[in-house]
Design a protein around this ligand. Structure first.
Ligand code: FE2
Length: 236
């Protein structure tokens, strides 16, 4: 059986607030493998604080891939970005400055935690016109969505997919994210679960505990879809 696919992960070292060294990144991949993950899309931040270039991302990915080969860790890493919503995002994608998920038409799109900006709908509309499918990152962590989960419906109707973090379901990110994550699952508003891992052991690439919790809420088959069938569509 194919392994799990992690579509949101900060494994590339030295580019954002993920690991500092290749050694630590290899350890993250080892932990991911122990939790059944065989494919990781590396999604370094692209926001006001971290903004690695496309070249830096692809070069670091190459270094990590050869280190994993050398260490015999059978996890494949693909390029991507976690893209903070911005007015010029459609242009940045068009010029290729920023990366989609594994060179597909899917992009990982992040709203600020403290609220969805007023221009979000306009930008999503433009992204959809350009053929992109936004995967909304960790929707359960966004204050406006925690308060009013129905706000997600308009983005879903516009063609967005939604992603929650595994460590929200295990409670690592606090009560509000845990409650919102469960509520969104119950309402059928979640397409993908990802780890959003930043390190090997804390905020780790770990699906095991979260899959048990998700299975209790939506059943085992539906929970598996969040980490297998749905993310696999990015690769087709
Ligand atoms: Fe992230």
């Amino acid at each position: 059986m194919n392994g799990y696919i992690d579509t949101h992960n900060h494994i590339l070292p030295g580019l954002d607030d993920g690991p500092d060294t290749i050694k630590e990144a290899v350890e993250m991949a080892r932990v991911a493998q122990q939790h059944g993950i065989t494919k990781i899309i590396a999604t370094p931040h692209h926001n006001d604080y971290h903004c690695p270039s496309r070249q830096e991302i692809l070069a670091t990915l190459e270094l990590l891939t050869s280190a994993l080969k050398k260490e015999a860790v059978p996890v494949e890493i693909y390029p991507g970005n976690e893209l903070r919503i911005a007015l010029d995002l459609p242009e940045q994608l068009k010029s290729g400055e920023v990366l989609s998920l594994a060179h597909s038409k899917y992009i990982l799109l992040e709203f600020p935690f403290d609220g969805v900006p007023l221009f979000a709908e306009d930008i999503i509309f433009r992204l959809r016109l350009d053929g992109w499918i936004p995967v909304l990152a960790h929707v359960e962590r966004i204050y406006d969505i925690q308060r009013k989960p129905d706000r997600l419906n308009k983005y879903i109707e516009m063609g967005c997919l939604t992603q929650i973090n595994s460590n929200s379901l295990t409670g690592e990110l606090g009560r509000a994210s845990l409650d919102a994550g469960k509520k969104l699952l119950k309402a059928g508003q979640v397409d993908i679960m990802a780890t959003d891992a930043h390190a090997p052991y804390r905020r780790a690439p770990d699906f095991t505990g979260a899959l048990k919790i998700a299975s209790k809420i939506i059943g085992q088959e539906a929970a598996q879809k969040l980490v297998r069938d749905n993310p696999a569509k990015i690769f087709t």
